[in-house]
Design a protein around this ligand. Structure first.
Ligand code: HEM
Length: 449
């Protein structure tokens, strides 16, 4: 095994779970770009961390029969269900992924830009003037609103609101921790019972939407992901039951909203502490092709990655980074370590969107969405949504940070959030908000790619 700290598992596990960025950066300083951490949660107890682009490439381009991602996500099973693309591996995974990919192509996503902008205008219209609030809570509500509309095609608030409420309840409790210990014996007590009830409530609403869509017909003319999935299954000759479709929808709703909400909160947290960058975004608001906002999005996801590592479980023995690793080892291509390496990003700790205007970084150095056959299905969607939301918010309001000090990074399950939830104050409204307030024919924002 690669070298690593000699501390016992009982010490390393909480460090890894609670202080990931600090702990992993410290271990890299001591052991370099390949090291082993010990952990109580994985089967073999060995996590091999990879922070050299060549080794990350080995994993991302390696055989899906060797590098399993689904196995590592099993803890999400009770929430996303057995048909979830997150949980599958090999053939089954590729098949499911291929069915969903067309729904996330650039031109499909471009059709959702108006919806994203209108949802943002509505949301910003509810923000208080002059009082600090946690922007992260608001971006969570906003990205949930957007993903529910895009995935389910629900416009009617009477149907969308109960579903959003049920989903937030499921996600707000410490879901991964609870799910880890969720087994039939526990299901009848306390928080686990509540969790099951909350999931059941969300499920009932999802099943109602599936039934509604099947009954209504006319799927070809509908832009939502649910309609596309039903058509794709039909074309593939699948006898797809509602439980399967439910798993697909739940996966997209869960994977697609909290991550994007966190990325957005960090984008504002960083921008409000970099007045020159903020000014530059503002200066480009009238030009839908201005590349600067896309640079801000990429730089935010680099300097404050939402997810610090991706994981693959070795289904067979494999040679990685020159080490012969046994089956069962977990390898972790480290997004956070790559992104914070001065060798790939000069002055890596600095927030400098300009660096994205001069070209692209070396392959396998910027990987906020993971890579290979498991790369985030919603990457283009997320990049587009972040750019649209940033532009729309800044067109509507002037914000300032509630406290000028930078917010620390806090580990929140698998995501890394701003410790104070990106606390902000609205100083001034720039234009009337609310439905219908946007000028007809206002320029469309640049499309991130
Ligand atoms: C800023 C926002 C987002 C970030 C940082 C992010 C990040 C990630 C990462 C790191 C992975 C794992 C990749 C790997 O293992 O190599 C992933 C997978 C995934 N993401 Fe995202 N994601 C975001 C937004 C979204 C959105 C908006 C959607 C859907 C609409 C989505 C759907 C998925 C799905 C379905 C997978 C599983 C892909 C597979 O296993 O084949 N994500 N995402």
């Amino acid at each position: 095994m690669p070298p690593g700290p000699p501390l016992p598992k009982a010490v390393q596990t909480p460090l890894q779970w609670l202080a990931r960025p600090w702990w992993m950066a410290a271990v890299r300083r001591r052991y370099g770009n390949v090291f082993t951490l010990r952990d109580q949660i994985s089967d073999t107890g060995d996590l091999v961390v990879l922070a050299d682009p060549a080794d990350v490439k080995t994993v991302f381009t390696g055989s899906p029969e060797v590098f399993h991602a689904g196995e590592g996500n099993a803890v999400l099973g009770p929430l996303v269900g057995p048909h979830s693309v997150l949980l599958l591996d090999e053939e089954e995974h590729l098949r499911e992924r291929k069915l969903q990919l067309p729904a996330f192509h650039g031109e499909r996503i471009a059709q959702s830009i108006d919806l994203m902008r209108e949802a943002t205008e509505r949301e910003v219209g509810t923000w208080p003037l002059g009082t600090p609030f946690r922007l992260l809570s608001r971006t969570q509500a906003l990205t949930l609103d957007i993903i529910v509309r895009v995935v389910l095609g629900v416009d009617d608030a009477r149907r969308a609101d109960p579903l959003k409420h049920a989903l937030r309840t499921v996600l707000e409790i410490r879901t991964p921790h609870l799910l880890m210990w969720l087994h039939p014996g526990l299901a009848r007590i306390g928080p686990w019972k509540r969790l099951r009830q909350d999931i059941a409530r969300a499920d009932a609403l999802l099943y109602a939407e599936i039934a509604h869509r099947r009954a209504e017909g006319g799927l070809e003319d509908r832009p939502d992901v649910l309609s596309m999935l039903l058509l794709a299954h039909a074309a593939a000759g699948d006898d797809v039951d509602d439980a399967w479709v439910r798993d697909e929808l739940m996966t997209l709703l869960v994977a697609g909203h909290e991550t994007t909400a966190t990325g957005l909160a960090w984008a504002f947290e960083r921008l409000l502490r970099h007045p020159q960058a903020l000014e530059r975004v503002r200066a480009g608001l009238g030009d839908p092709r201005d590349p600067y906002v896309d640079a801000v999005v990429k730089e935010t996801l680099r300097v404050r990655p939402v997810i610090y590592n991706v994981a693959r479980v070795l289904a067979q023995p494999a040679t990685v980074a020159g080490y012969d690793l046994p089956a069962g080892t977990v390898v972790l291509p480290s997004i956070g370590l790559l992104h914070s390496d001065d060798a790939h990003f000069p002055q890596a700790a600095a927030f400098r969107p300009e660096r994205w205007l001069d070209g692209s970084p070396e392959p396998y150095t910027w990987i906020p969405f993971g890579g290979g056959v498991r790369r985030c299905l919603g990457a283009t969607f997320a990049l587009t949504e972040m750019a649209v939301v940033i532009r729309t918010v800044l067109q509507q309001v002037d914000l300032r940070a509630a406290d000028p000090a930078a917010e620390r990074t806090k580990v929140h399950h698998i995501t890394l959030i701003p410790a104070k939830g990106a606390s902000v104050v609205v100083e001034r409204r720039r234009r009337p908000t609310g439905p219908g307030a946007r000028r007809a024919g206002a320029p469309a924002p640049a499309l991130a790619t």
